[in-house]
Design a protein around this ligand. Structure first.
Ligand SMILES: [Zn+2]
Length: 250
């Protein structure tokens, strides 16, 4: 049986002589594994649409729950990412996060859109990497059910708390920190608190358009990354690689 779906290639693995197994986040079926036959041979018509980070329309042949790619027509290849090792590394991290957060047979329009929008944001001239990364991480956490509670201090309700508690995803003021209290907390200036609230609630299309001072952006970046990794209880080799390149400032 043949079906068509749009999807973003999150991972590729070499398989047999000239095939690849692709992990694809599709609109119709959530995360799926596709077999692209002969795609590593030079003249394969599947080559373009089946590469890592390609967003393509796939025609699939389904046989007993296994999917083989019959045709792949690239809709968006995010070309600027393929010419810059830092951007490619950051985009690969976004793809790995999307892979970890998605499930099979469970379409997640919000996660797919977030990932596509983040890749598009990285393709603009001189993209602010730190800001885009923080926005992606915080929103990915929210989409996956880890929306932090940012309205006010978890102890006294003060609406201008100055620290973020990573484990619980809550905010607090310095004065309310109890003696002997455990757990990592990170500083929040008024600017980074405002940005954090914005990222948790703004419309998806507006996610990557906010302005922020350098210091606040550093804080936001710390909070977003630490929070996502703590909630998921894991690290990402793609993130380690990105960091090993030496991240450019905002
Ligand atoms: Zn307080």
């Amino acid at each position: 049986m043949y079906t068509k779906t749009l999807g973003l290639v999150l991972r590729e693995t070499e398989y047999r002589d000239s095939d690849k197994l692709l992990t694809v986040l599709t609109r119709a079926r959530g995360k799926v594994t596709l077999r692209a036959r002969g795609v590593r041979s030079r003249r394969s018509p599947l080559k373009s649409g089946c590469q890592l980070l390609a967003y393509s329309e796939f025609t699939l042949f389904e046989n007993r729950g296994n999917f083989v790619v019959d045709e792949a027509v690239a809709q968006e290849l995010f070309l600027p990412l393929r010419q810059d090792i830092e951007l490619l590394a950051l985009a690969s991290y976004f793809a790995q996060v999307a892979e970890v957060l998605s499930r099979e047979e469970d379409p997640d329009e919000a996660l797919l859109s977030l990932t596509l929008n983040a890749l598009s944001a990285l393709c603009r001239p001189n993209p602010p990497q730190q800001k885009i990364k923080a926005a992606f991480e915080m929103r990915a956490a929210c989409i996956s059910g880890y929306t932090p509670l940012l309205d006010g201090c978890a102890v006294c309700g003060n609406t201008q708390p100055d620290r973020f508690l990573v484990r619980s995803g809550t905010v607090q003021c310095a004065a309310c920190r109890q003696l002997g209290e455990e757990g990592l907390h990170l500083p929040l200036s008024p600017g980074s608190l405002t940005a954090l609230r914005y990222l948790a609630t703004c419309p998806p299309k507006r996610l990557f358009s906010f302005s922020l001072g350098e210091q606040s952006c550093r804080e936001l970046s710390d909070v977003a990354e630490t929070y996502l990794l703590t909630q998921l209880e894991r690290g990402f080799f793609t993130l380690d690689f990105y960091k090993s390149l030496g991240v450019r400032p905002v």
